[in-house]
Design a protein around this ligand. Structure first.
Ligand code: APR
Length: 215
């Protein structure tokens, strides 16, 4: 596989076995919480403390979590493939903590440990310490907010750009392997559907590729 070009797309499912809830799965965040009350600019304007409390609870849960075998398998592919890119919707840092090189990944929904100004482009990284008060910008004194992508109300869950990338690879003769215990809008385009949890399935898939001399 030294010749293989690999694009990996991940979402909340890859971190589920590290104890990070998904959004729409069985115990997903959006089952019990309303995203319009927590993950929109309007929600932040209405009640910034409520929003910060929720993101701080998530940050602490991520700090206490560890990358799982799926994160490690993806990091292994990144080391061996001729060309590799991970595009993740996840704002957690588990891919990076599985030693996947920063230049080989894109966090398209942002990084939960970044705190950025809600007005100017000042931002800070808060991997370890956590404050309790609502932070203010050292530059312009505006409120600081979690550095993640927020919903603009009315946006569907399945993000078109994710499907688009997968289909483009597929249209160019690429293999599209879907690893998900459940059906998704991408399933009908997949050349292979693996209905298993990621941390169970991915190490085996990567070993296969390695044994096939593709990696
Ligand atoms: N292994 C693989 N897939 C899993 C696992 C697992 N162990 N557990 C759950 N899944 C799958 C579910 O079947 C579901 O298809 O992960 C998917 C999780 O979907 P969502 O909860 O909708 O999360 P995601 O697709 O990442 O959400 C996209 O929506 O809320 C916004 O910005 C947020 O980035 C997020 C975006």
């Amino acid at each position: 596989m030294p010749d293989m070009r690999v694009l990996v797309l991940t979402g909340a499912g890859v971190s589920a076995e590290s104890g990070i809830p998904t959004f729409r799965g069985k115990d997903g965040y959006w089952r019990n919480l309303d995203p319009t009350k927590l993950a929109t600019p309007e929600a932040f304007a209405r009640d910034p403390q409520l929003v910060w409390d929720w993101y701080r609870e998530r940050r602490q849960r991520i700090r206490n979590a560890r990358p799982n075998a799926a994160h490690e398998a993806i990091a292994k592919v990144a080391q061996h493939a001729r060309e590799f890119l991970l595009v993740t919707q996840n704002v957690d840092d588990l891919h990076a903590r599985a030693e996947l090189a920063k230049e080989k990944m894109v966090q398209i929904h942002g990084d939960i440990f970044v705190t950025r100004c809600s007005r100017c482009d000042f931002s800070v990284l808060e991997r370890d310490e956590e404050r309790q008060e609502i932070p203010r910008c050292a530059n312009c004194a505006a409120l600081m907010r979690p550095g993640v992508v927020w919903f603009v109300v009315g946006t569907t869950a399945t993000f078109g750009y994710i499907i688009d990338w997968a289909l483009r690879a597929n249209r160019n003769g690429g293999e599209l392997i879907e690893v998900n215990p459940e059906e998704t809008p991408l399933s009908r385009f997949a050349t292979r559907r693996v209905r298993e949890p990621a941390a169970i399935a991915l190490p085996g898939i990567v070993n296969d590729l390695t044994n096939r001399g593709a990696l």
